[in-house]
Structures are given as structure tokens and as C-alpha cells.
Design a protein around this ligand. Structure first.
Ligand SMILES: [Zn+2]
Length: 300
């Protein structure tokens, strides 16, 4: 599943190509069941109506979400106007939001290129290129609306934790937040309302780098361990962004190319294989409902 580094890579790839581009027309799959599953808000019909003719002003990321603010529609929508009046700080701006789920891809294509299998949504841009969304397993989602609107519709989390990179979270804040939790480290790291963007891959990698067992309780970590976990989270995420993400199953970037960080993972997916630090076979277990890998010797 794409996590923060993979989504960040796609966002950086798409930003120069999408910023300032107008959506001339849209084409969506005729399979209403699939469409209803993917477009979580508003209805598929409204989604198409509200997106047609709109200009994407930029491409940003929040946690594992790709967020594309839209220029105000000429006529405006009643709901958007209402929310804008309520929040003049910009929270009322409508945005197109994409979550890639397990197997979603958001990519730019030449219009003459044949769509790959499971292409569900196609946006023809005024640049002549097409932005296409394909998703084999359809765990992804597409949303369109103002922030208050999509939260009220329960299509977007009401509470997303801070971003672990880009200076959004200081070591002191992290140290205080994790100390206040009472749960296994792994489950805290996976909780998007605690920290936005970390998933199974980077939770395991960060715990290994910090020398902490994923099953340890957050409130029992020492100050030194909490600080080293903070540094480890930043390292694994930044290193993966530099390697253009981890292509475990079928993740590809905004150009359709695989990342290379999967070759650098120290524990994720390596259960039973020797620890790269001490040679002890890595231990596989389940924690917070997810497969978890750690070294019994290097992680305490
Ligand atoms: Zn080891």
C-alpha cells in the first residue's frame, strides 16, 4: 500500500504537470458499482458535474492523501459558498482528493495511449494530456468538496495527526505525544490520527532503526528511545522519498516507474531472513492486525 513516501513521490511528479491546468472533460467507468465504491463523495454524477471546467491550482499531500485545490467555479456552488462564508481562511476552497488505497495509480498519459486495465476515471486537461486513475482492487477513493463538507460526509478523517516530516512535528512534540499514549508502538505509528502517513512498511523499518520492539508500550519508552524513534521515522521516510518510494506490489510513480526503496528495506518483508546487522533470523509476528517483522536481538 502506498504510504507517505510513495504518495509524496507521486505528488512531486504530478505537481508541475497539473498546477494551473483546467479539466476540459471527464470520462468515468460505466460500472456504477465500481464508480460508487471509488467516488466516496459526492455522488458520481455530482463529481463529474462539479469537476468539469475546473482548474487545479496545485498538488499537495496530507498524510496518504493527494490533495488538489481547485480554483473557484465561476458560478460557485451553494455549499461551497456557505462554507467559504464560515471559514474565510481558505478551508472553504473545494479540492479534489485521491487516496490510492492498495493498488491505485494516478498518472498522466498521452490521450492516444490505450488505457490500462482497471482505468476508472479519465480527466482530459487543457494541456492535451490525460490524468487517469486506475485501481485493480478498488480500495482507493476519490473525493470532491470543501474540507468541512467531506468531513461532515465522513469521507475524510476528522482528525489527522501531524506530518512527520517537513518540520511539521518537532522532536519535543513527538516525544510528548507518544509518551501520552498507552499502546504498542506499532499500533501508535499506524494510527493516522496520531501521525499522518506512516503505514506498515515504515513503522517496521523505523522500529528496527530505533532498536525498539514494535510490541513495546509507548508510555514505557525511555526519553532516549522516544527521541531515537523520532529520528528513525524521519530517516526512513526521507530516504524512501529520495529513492522514489518502495515498489512492493504494484506501486509506480507519476510516470509509471517503480521506486527503488524496496531494495533498501532492512526488516519489512524479510521474516525468517537473517538480520542485516547481527545475522539472527528475523522474527515475523502479528501486531495491530498487521504482519510485523523485527530482530529479537537488535530490538529491545
Ligand atoms: Zn539483528
Amino acid at each position: 500500500m502506498p504510504e507517505l513516501p510513495e504518495v509524496e513521490t507521486v505528488v512531486r511528479d504530478l505537481r508541475p504537470q497539473l498546477s494551473g491546468r483546467r479539466v476540459e472533460s471527464l470520462q468515468v467507468t460505466r460500472d456504477q458499482l465500481v464508480l460508487g465504491r471509488l467516488i466516496r463523495y459526492p455522488t458520481a454524477r455530482q463529481f463529474v458535474q462539479r469537476l468539469r471546467g475546473r482548474t487545479i491550482t496545485s498538488v499537495t499531500r496530507r498524510g496518504k492523501y493527494i490533495v488538489m485545490p481547485l480554483q473557484d467555479a465561476a458560478q460557485g456552488h451553494a455549499a461551497a459558498r456557505r462554507h467559504e462564508a464560515a471559514s474565510p481562511n481558505g478551508a472553504g476552497a473545494e479540492r479534489l482528493i485521491v487516496h490510492l488505497g492498495m493498488t491505485g495509480h494516478l498518472r498522466l498519459w498521452e490521450p492516444e495511449e490505450a488505457p490500462v486495465k482497471h482505468t476508472h476515471v479519465r480527466l482530459l486537461l487543457d494541456s492535451g494530456l490525460e490524468l487517469r486513475y486506475d485501481d485493480q482492487r478498488q480500495f482507493g477513493r476519490l473525493l470532491l468538496g470543501t474540507q468541512p463538507e467531506i468531513i461532515a460526509a465522513r469521507a475524510f478523517p476528522a482528525r489527522l495527526g501531524p506530518e512527520p516530516i517537513h518540520g511539521d512535528l518537532t522532536v519535543d512534540e513527538f516525544e510528548r505525544l507518544i509518551h501520552a499514549r498507552r499502546r504498542p508502538v506499532k499500533s501508535a505509528l499506524l494510527d493516522q490520527s496520531f501521525l499522518a502517513g506512516v503505514g506498515n512498511i515504515y513503522a517496521d523499518e523505523a522500529c528496527f532503526r530505533a532498536g525498539i520492539r514494535p510490541s513495546r508500550w509507548t508510555h514505557q519508552l525511555t526519553l532516549r528511545e522516544r527521541r531515537s524513534l523520532y529520528a528513525a521515522i524521519q530517516d526512513v521516510l526521507e530516504n524512501s522519498i529520495a529513492a522514489r518510494g518502495s515498489s512492493i506490489i504494484d506501486y509506480v510513480d507519476g510516470f509509471g516507474l517503480r521506486g527503488s526503496n524496496q531494495e533498501k528495506l532492512l526488516v519489512y518483508g524479510r521474516s525468517g531472513e537473517p538480520c542485516l546487522r547481527c545475522g539472527t533470523p528475523l522474527q515475523g509476528t502479528r501486531l495491530a492486525g498487521r504482519g510485523t517483522v523485527y530482530c529479537r536481538k537488535c530490538q529491545r
